[in-house]
Design a protein around this ligand. Structure first.
Ligand SMILES: Nc1ncnc2c1ncn2[C@@H]1O[C@H](COP(=O)(O)OP(=O)(O)OP(=O)(O)O)[C@@H](O)[C@H]1O
Ligand SMILES: [Mg+2]
Length: 1002
């Protein structure tokens, strides 16, 4: 109450914030007035002057301060330019359509621009002209020369907006680029080099992955940093898309799945369960008729557990009495005291299905059916216990213990794989419906995004689920793929120094934007008052009645040529509506966000008299709907939602399709008790009571604003749940993200380094002492092992006597060895072409990183899968994941370093240099050796399976006065090696005598 009064007096936080911005808007308009007197060139000159000035400020923070300072003037320049374009009336083409510029920024648009510049989200209703708003901050931030990005939801919009707004940028002397799916790297690089670049989130993200995970030279990289980005339709990109990460993958080398093998059994099992549920449902009906309501309720609840979409069950739910009995049974079973009974009930089924959490769980019966001989085949063994038992067994030697443990581990893995396969198949059969969650196209399972209804070819469910669905549908089961590089959209956008977003619908998700992205939302008022009439929801008992009512309303509107836009939540629903309309002979268009460009054209026409357009949520988003002649008088565009979406935001988005820029418009949602939202999250109890009170008859509807509230409560509940799920995903991904940052930073350091040798020496400095500790800093120092390692890795030809490891401390030994290795390396590389050596050195490190990082990604995938099983053992999977991921990462970094050491002497830049090198070696140091193919400029071959230096304890040089006598290098050699006399010119081409040059003993 107090809060409400305060709000009245002070205005909401949002209003206060906006009020504070209004003086800036005034200043912009003052400058705009002033600039009217300038010539075109005079106005344009401002751009160059600011760019010049900003280029002299080295520190980013200082540049930002400068931008804040010039904001009013710079925004005014843009607005002024827009006015000039409008006055000119020049024609240009956007996406092959002729166009004329007709916009000058409104004040609310200036306001939106300021909010975007400040790194916030501007919520501006659909049709308010966000495309134009973005030009202001993009222009301002591009002045730094660091590149400003605008992120759109599809390629078509990227191109449209770049070409359209490009008029303005070009007028002002800024360049604009646009990333499109089919561009080659060279073209992409040019686009990124522009002052402003438009593109989709996935193109930006994939370019990042290619640049940082795959490119091996600076020249191959296309992006140039992450400075400022505005994300259009930010809710769609940061919230809806956030759950599917971008993945670059190749086929995995091994595939272990057994989906084919289990499919027939699972099919039988599902059939058996469905038969069982049908039987139980019939029994329930009988009991109801006999008046045994409680027993009947219990039976129906059982059906709900086993087959939530059972037809008889759904029909019974239409009857308030029966519905109440079922709800009552369900409620009572979830009481703590009846846990045992609930368990019993589940055991009467073969498995249980939980639609809310998308899980399927086998019961004892089910397990027995699948493997009658060994029901335990689907239970994970208690490894910890088994290990302890093995450890305590005195009859076993250490070796035997290890072997036994390995066996048990293997057994456990096989078990886990089997359980995993089975449960994925069950989910595929019971929770994933064809034409709802996926469609079959060209013999492939194509995912349909549940939020947008968009098909997502190429994307696959992870965790083997996709394969399970492939098995179910009898299409080819594609090989499991291995991740080569991956990032979630969130984490890509976190790379930007400053991020901003705009959308028509952000407010309901403001908390999430704040918590996860540190993005605050400002709601910008509309330019003209909104004239949309939002009617109360209409609620029906069944889907059938609901759809009939929708068709009726479409017919009525169509009869008076009022255009109608019908929103659907799934492709299936769109098709159903379309069939019904065909029967009524009402011409219409169906969109499901597949062909962006054509769809944009169709949506653009959705406001013409007499059109009926059916569209899934995402289709045509971002496209302007202009009203045709006479439509305003008919009440504008009518929007009908055929189902409440899980998220209120998506519903608001649909509503916003009409009544743009002060147009009239109307919207209404149709809901039925059979909708998923109502079944799973509706306040079922309350609904039942309402149904009873009103005695709903066939075809009757409910309508009251209180009911809208109930629906909204259900939506809020789902939103909350989904938020937690996303946050959880993010928590997991955070771990990977930190690792990726470390690895990619290191990788880039290698690519950029002018002196890669420094990096290699760093590796030596770190890895050698670590190895030394491994061998020596233990109870029983392993000198022989150490020498073996040294000699198989470095061409030092050490032996026990020469090395005298026993005489020094561990640290001194490390020091000693590091010096020797560097020394040898200097000698080796002195005979090679300097530029070639550099790229070779880079390759040595990059190769090590890439190969091991990919293995690491694979292992992390497996860890993430496996860690969920631990929740059965009362452990928090996230904590387990973090700990193990950390250990694995430490190991990865150590392995990378060791790999670098291993390859250091195994590669050489080119054959010629290599021969030169050999030629210079004192002959007695060389042994003949079967050539093992030097790696002439082909660094990818630098790794050889066998250690080349398999010559431990080789005879060292005969006292060249060089300490422990190195250069006994075991490299492939040629037979005819020209001998170089000590007084002859050095073969390295220096012009000095050999003895004074390369032949000089260090
Ligand atoms: N200042 C302006 N003066 C005149 N017309 C404008 C102005 N700003 C925008 N418009 C017009 O408003 C229409 C909608 O613009 P735009 O598509 O940018 O809106 P939006 O806010 O991005 O909507 P959506 O949420 O659907 O993406 C366009 O036809 C555009 O030409
Ligand atoms: Mg838009």
């Amino acid at each position: 109450m107090v809060g409400w009064i305060l709000k009245k007096i002070l205005g909401s936080k949002n209003q206060r914030e906006l009020r504070r911005l209004s003086p800036i808007v005034r200043r912009i308009n003052e400058f705009d007035e002033q600039f009217k007197g300038l010539s075109d060139d005079g106005l344009r000159a401002k751009t160059a002057a600011w760019k010049e000035e900003l280029s002299k400020i080295p520190v980013l923070d200082d540049q930002w301060k400068k931008l804040d300072e010039i904001l009013p003037e710079a925004f005014a320049v843009v607005k002024n330019a827009a006015r000039r374009l409008k006055e000119r009336q020049d024609s240009f083409t956007v996406c092959d359509q002729p166009m004329v510029w007709d916009m000058v920024h409104f004040d609310v648009q200036l306001l939106g621009g300021i909010v975007l510049h400040r790194g916030r989200i501007a919520e501006m209703a659909t049709g308010e002209g966000k495309t134009l708003v973005a030009t202001l901050p993009l222009y301002l931030n591009a002045l730094t020369g660091r590149g400003a990005h605008l992120v759109t939801v599809n390629d078509y919009l990227a191109r449209r907006d770049a070409e359209w707004m490009g008029q303005l940028y070009n007028f002002l002397g800024l360049t604009v680029g646009c990333i499109q799916h089919d561009q080659e790297p060279d073209v992409r690089r040019e686009q990124y080099a522009m002052d402003i670049t438009y593109g989709t989130n996935s193109e930006f993200g994939f370019d990042y992955l290619r640049d940082n995970g795959m490119a091996t030279t600076r020249e191959q990289q296309v992006q140039r940093g992450y400075y400022y980005a505005i994300v259009d339709e930010v809710d769609s990109i940061l919230i809806d898309e956030a759950r599917t990460p971008l993945i670059i993958s190749g086929p995995a080398t091994i595939s272990t799945h057994q989906y084919d093998r289990w499919k027939p059994l699972i099919e039988q099992l599902v059939r058996k369960q469905n038969m069982l549920c049908n039987r139980v449902a019939s029994e329930a009906i009988e009991k109801f008729e006999q008046g045994e309501v409680e027993i009947a309720g219990r039976l129906m609840f059982k059906v709900k557990l086993g087959q939530p979409r059972n037809k008889q069950l759904l029909r019974m739910m239409e009857d308030p009495d029966k519905r109440r009995a079922i709800d009552k049974a369900e409620l009572s079973f979830f009481q703590d005291t009846r846990k045992e009974e609930l368990f019993q009930l589940k055991e009467e089924l073969f498995f249980t299905i939980d639609e809310k959490s998308n899980e399927a769980d086998l019961s004892e019966q089910g397990r027995e059916f699948l493997n009658p001989d060994d029901p335990n085949a689907f239970v994970l063994p208690d490894l910890i216990n088994e290990f302890t038992e093995i450890d305590l067994d005195p009859a076993l030697s250490d070796e035997e213990k290890d072997k036994k443990k390995a066996e048990r581990q293997q057994h456990c893995d096989a078990q886990a794989e089997r359980i995993h396969n089975i449960s994925q198949l069950l989910r595929a059969y019971c929770l994933f419906e064809k034409d709802v969650q996926y469609v079959i196209e060209d013999n492939k399972v194509v995912i349909v995004d549940e939020f947008t209804g968009r098909k997502m070819p190429g994307r696959r469910w992870s965790d083997g689920l996709h394969q399970a669905v492939e098995a179910k549908e009898g299409v080819q089961i594609d090989r499991e793929t291995q991740t080569l590089a991956t990032i979630t959209i969130q984490n890509y956008f976190r790379l930007y120094q400053k991020l901003a977003g705009m959308t028509g619908t952000a407010e309901t998700e403001a908390a999430e934007f704040h918590d996860i992205y540190k993005l605050d939302v400002n709601v910008i008022p509309t330019n003209r008052p909104v004239r949309r009439a939002d009617a109360n929801d209409r609620i029906y008992k069944t889907r059938r009645e609901k759809y009939n009512a929708v068709i009726k309303e479409i017919k009525e509107a169509h009869a008076k040529t009022q255009p109608v836009l019908v929103g659907s939540v799934s492709v299936e629903a769109s098709e159903l509506l379309s069939r019904m309309l065909k029967r009524e002979k009402i011409p219409h268009n169906v969109l499901n966000a597949k062909f962006h460009m054509q769809e944009a054209e169709i949506v653009a026409r959705a406001g013409q008299p007499g059109t009926v357009t059916i569209s899934t949520n995402m289709a045509g988003r971002g496209t302007d709907i202009k009203l045709g002649p006479g439509v305003t008088e008919l009440g504008g565009l009518k929007v009908l939602g055929t189902e409440r979406h899980e998220a209120r935001r998506i519903d608001r988005q649909l509503r916003g399709r009409c009544a743009r820029q002060g147009d009239p418009g109307a919207s209404r949602f149709y809901v039925s008790f059979e909708d998923d939202l109502m079944r799973n999250f509706g306040a079922a109890d309350r609904m039942t009571r309402i149904m009873e009170r009103f005695g709903l008859e066939e075809g009757q509807e409910l309508e009251h604003r209180w009911l809208n509230k109930s629906v909204e409560t259900a939506q809020k509940r789902v939103e909350q749940r989904n938020y937690l799920v996303r946050k959880r995903t993010l928590d997991f991904d955070d771990v990977m993200n930190m690792q990726r940052e470390v690895v990619y930073t290191y990788r880039n350091e290698v690519i950029d380094s002018e002196e890669p040798r420094k990096l290699i020496y760093e590796v030596i400095d770190e890895a050698v002492p670590a190895k030394m500790k491994e061998y020596l800093d233990v109870d029983e120092p392993n000198y022989a092992g150490l020498i073996h390692w040294v000699n198989t890795t470095f061409p030092l030809g050490l032996n026990k006597e020469k090395a005298e490891f026993e005489t020094r401390s561990v640290d001194e030994n490390a020091q000693f060895l590091v010096e020797k290795i560097k020394n040898a390396y200097e000698r080796k590389s002195a005979y090679e072409e300097p530029t070639a050596v550099k790229s070779l050195e880079r390759y040595i490190v990059l190769n090590a990183i890439d190969r091991l990082w990919q293995e690491h990604l694979y292992a992390m995938d497996a860890l993430r899968e496996g860690v969920y099983l631990r929740s059965y053992a009362q452990k928090d999977p996230l904590i387990e994941y973090k700990t193990e991921a950390y250990d694995m990462f430490v190991e990865l970094m150590a392995n990378i370093k060791n790999e670098v050491l291993n390859n250091l002497f195994r590669s050489t830049s080119n054959l010629q240099a290599f021969e030169n090198f050999l030629a210079t070696l004192p002959q007695f140091l060389l042994r003949e050796h079967a050539p093992t193919a030097p790696t002439a400029g082909a660094p990818s071959h630098a790794r050889q399976p066998q250690p080349v230096g398999a010559m431990a304890g080789v005879v060292a040089g005969e006292g060249d006065g060089d300490g422990a006598g190195e250069v006994s290098i075991d490299l492939p050699i040629r037979r005819s090696i020209p001998k170089v006399g000590r007084n002859e010119p050095c073969p390295c081409g220096s012009g000095k005598k050999y003895k004074n040059c390369c032949g000089r003993v260090a």
